[in-house]
Unconditional design. Structure first.
Length: 385
């Protein structure tokens, strides 16, 4: 081989290497852009959207799926509380690692190549053409917490002899982000949940009330609020003990929650008092809901202290605000007034013999523009019983 041919061969080799360097740099930038988005996720919904929806577009994939190990069902419960039911079969929960051990029979490391039809059907159910796949184990402290899977309709996309550096790094980042987001959601949830009854607490209710008032005014839709107070609760505590009282509150919270619509919001307001927000619920419909709650509680029989039985009842005060009748109002004033109106008729139900529902229409004396000063003297309630 003469010198000229050798030079051409070397030049060709150098060009090929430069092209590969440029390709690797481009791939690296592509991965880094996606990784930055992952690291910026502050909640589980954003992370799942990024993994199961945006990844398919970002990496030009035919399908993406994620398996999460959830041995104690805590993640499933969390997702139900957060209403994260939008991902179908792309998101799977497994009680243990047996299934994933079939994907990673030796050691949990990134696996590329073709996948048999049975396994592909289990990992990508309902997906289109799956020709080559990348399976990425998600590990934290050497423990398998899940698995992320990419599918392509090209047999050249994921081949067994390809380098897996970028995918391994991606799997590590996803593992950290998944663990952090789940942990953060659990902590956030604990700060908003009453630990005894496992319904929302007062702090959570106050934030929800603010949001629902804004929504009601924006959409000109009615908003109903009811206080549900356990009758003779002090007598239950005195006669059967505080543990029995706690048991009554737990059962009652669960029974009330069964009567509510998906859009309704239940919280323990304090002591033996619960509060329900019912968005887009006119006075008559809200009164019907309150009566169903009252009847359901009246039908309860709770075993306490062995053979002892408690049959609780509740008094319910309901107030409904109809923003279309009032124009733009000071929402803070409306919130205070709505709660005061519901509380007022709840005590009226107590004075009237308990175990009953009293409802009223709440309204301001005069429409109050938000830019004007407000005073609680503007509040009144017009009863319609």
């Amino acid at each position: 081989m003469d010198i000229e041919q050798e030079n051409k061969r070397l030049q060709s080799t150098v060009k090929l290497l430069l092209r590969r360097i440029e390709q690797n740099h481009s791939i690296q930038q592509h991965f880094h852009a996606y990784e930055f988005k992952l690291l910026g996720c502050q909640c589980l919904r954003d992370l799942l959207n990024l993994l199961l929806i945006e990844a398919q577009r970002h990496f030009s994939l035919s399908a993406v799926s994620l398996v999460i190990i959830d041995s104690d069902y805590s993640v499933r419960e969390l997702m139900e509380q957060l209403d994260l039911n939008d991902y179908g079969s792309a998101l799977q929960m497994r009680n243990g690692v047996d299934f994933l051990n079939t994907l990673y029979p030796q050691t949990p490391e990134v696996s590329l190549g073709e996948m048999d039809v049975l396994t592909a059907g289990r990992i990508f159910p309902g997906a289109g053409r799956v020709v080559s796949t990348a399976c990425m184990p998600l590990l934290r402290q050497d423990k398998l917490i899940g698995s992320l899977h990419f599918a392509s309709d090209s047999n050249e996309r994921f081949q067994p002899d390809m380098a897996t550096d970028f995918l391994s790094r991606l799997a590590s980042i996803v593992s950290v982000c998944l663990e952090n987001c789940i942990g953060r959601e659990h902590l956030s949830r604990q700060g908003k949940v009453d630990m005894l009854t496992q319904v929302n607490n007062r702090r959570s209710f106050e934030g929800e009330l603010e949001r629902e008032l804004e929504r009601a005014q924006r959409n000109q839709e009615p908003l109903s609020c009811m206080f549900v107070d356990v009758d003779h609760f002090k007598q239950i505590n005195d006669q059967y003990g505080h543990q029995a009282g706690d048991l009554v509150l737990k059962h009652l919270a669960f029974e009330v929650s069964l009567q509510l619509r998906k859009t309704d919001f239940l919280a323990r307001y304090g002591g033996e008092e619960f509060v329900v927000l019912a968005p887009r619920c006119p006075q008559a419909a809200a009164a019907g809901l309150a009566e169903r709650i009252r009847a359901a509680v009246e039908a309860m029989v709770i075993d306490v202290c062995g053979a002892q039985k408690v049959r609780p009842t509740v008094s319910i005060g309901l107030a409904t605000w109809c923003p279309e009748q009032e124009g733009r109002c000071d929402l803070q004033l409306v919130g205070h007034g709505l709660l005061a109106a519901a509380d007022e008729v709840m005590y009226e139900a107590k004075r009237g013999g308990r175990n009953q529902v009293i409802d009223q229409l709440f309204e301001l004396k005069e429409p109050l523009l938000q830019e004007n000063s407000a005073s609680e003297d503007n509040v009144s309630a017009k009863a319609s019983r």
